[in-house]
Design a binder for this molecule. Structure first.
Ligand SMILES: Nc1ncnc2c1ncn2[C@@H]1O[C@H](COP(=O)(O)OP(=O)(O)OP(=O)(O)O)[C@@H](O)[C@H]1O
Ligand SMILES: [Mg+2]
Length: 133
């Protein structure tokens, strides 16, 4: 199954589409996918498109029943950022913000950020099988 959405930054269609895609999944899996998705979406809305509703976010969700995976792509129309530089910066463990990437990486099997084509593209993959992480 595959869902694609291209809509205004602050539209609720993104959340509604993800809810439909993960509706029948195991509750722990739903939690991990939802948390990662919301973090990536909030980053696209806030840091990428700066809540500007004249800009769009693209969302693609692919559920592969044979490979037992869910893959998600989110793309904003911001100016991107230096992901590798950010990864090597020290994060204050008690800071209020700045934990998004740590959380996304911990909850997924694969996380890729690509800012080389304008905007930011976030890809993540999660195994549907139990024991997958
Ligand atoms: N889509 C994006 N476009 C531009 N910059 C981004 C994007 N996503 C993340 N960033 C940059 O990476 C930084 C770290 O993101 P991260 O999600 O880890 O933390 P945060 O969003 O600042 O805080 P938190 O997620 O804990 O509320 C952001 O502060 C921002 O500078
Ligand atoms: Mg964040």
């Amino acid at each position: 199954m595959r869902w694609t959405v291209n809509s205004k930054t602050n539209s609720k269609i993104f959340e509604e589409t993800m809810q439909e895609a993960i509706r029948d999944m195991d509750i722990d899996l739903q939690g991990d996918v939802w948390t990662t998705f919301k973090e990536a979406l909030n980053n696209c809305r806030e840091h990428g498109n700066k809540f500007d509703d004249s800009k769009n976010i693209y969302l693609c969700i692919m559920v592969d029943e044979k490979r037992k995976t869910i893959e998600v792509i989110l793309k904003d129309q911001g100016s991107g950022y230096d992901y590798y530089k950010m990864l090597h910066q020290k994060v204050d463990p008690m800071a209020d913000r700045g934990r998004g990437h740590i959380i996304m990486a911990a909850l997924t099997n694969e996380l890729l950020i690509d800012c080389s084509h304008g905007g930011t593209q976030v890809y993540f993959m999660k195994k549907l099988k139990k024991g997958g992480k």
